[in-house]
Design a protein around this ligand. Sequence first.
Ligand code: ZN
Length: 299
Amino acid sequence: MSDTDFLVRMRDEAGTLRALAITSKHLVEAKRKQENLSPIAAAALGRLMSAALMMGDWLKGENDTLTLEISGEGELSHLVAVSNAKGEVRGYVSNPSVILPPNENGHLAVGKAIGKGRLIVIRDLGLKRPYVSATSLVSGEIAEDLTYYFAQSEQTPSSVGLGVRFDPKTVEVISAGGFLIQLLPGCPESTISCLEKNLASFSSVTEFYQSHGDDPALLLRTLLAGLSPIEEGKKEVRWHCSCSKDRAQHTLSSLPKKDLEEMANDTKDTEIVCEFCGKSYRFSPQEIQAMIDAKEAKQ
Ligand code: ZN
């Protein structure tokens, strides 16, 4: 699995906690390179996509999706990551070229680039309406914001770690990923204190991967040391955009008739660009007219 990303699922022997860890450097690097993201934009989006992939692992239906959205007052402004249970993720950041000086400990100032704002979690389980919940951002560093979200919105004590590290010369992603540990109801005090002790002596996800290799199973066994962790599964994760001409057409045809008529009367094609992958879909004035006719036939 040298050029693939994957996640690993574990629990403790007693079944009082659930844990996930992921390595995502290939997909984050591919995204960074493709869209020429600044390191701070790639770090923020890489963290968000890693978290979305882990949370997406808990979805049950094949077509269910999990969306993490951050809307901040900082320069990055808006970030979105969408995942599913198949281990696919796509994401975008509205301002991909933000550059800020590092913060006082020398790290990328992701929290500052995101700023104050909200974290929105959307679970689309194919029902009439998706489940939407939101909390305020605590630091904009994403892992802390998610920990706060789980405590506030889902009443689940959690520990989240996320990170993306770059080669200082080439700015290529050399390490990326995260972990997510949740305490389940009835988790005994002894498990909590053991976990707290392990977390206190753990440096960071990227430091761990840099010194031990990209091994999410080893990372979880380290964090769950003393709790007899049991591996429950492992799966590949990858970037995948689900856009298509059909979907673009669906979006277009939901526009007001007045706007569609303007496009139909134009001599040029109308172009729809996917905000996730940058692919463009063109519609001729005749195709737009056909959409209007179809809409009218329905009414
Ligand atoms: Zn796309």
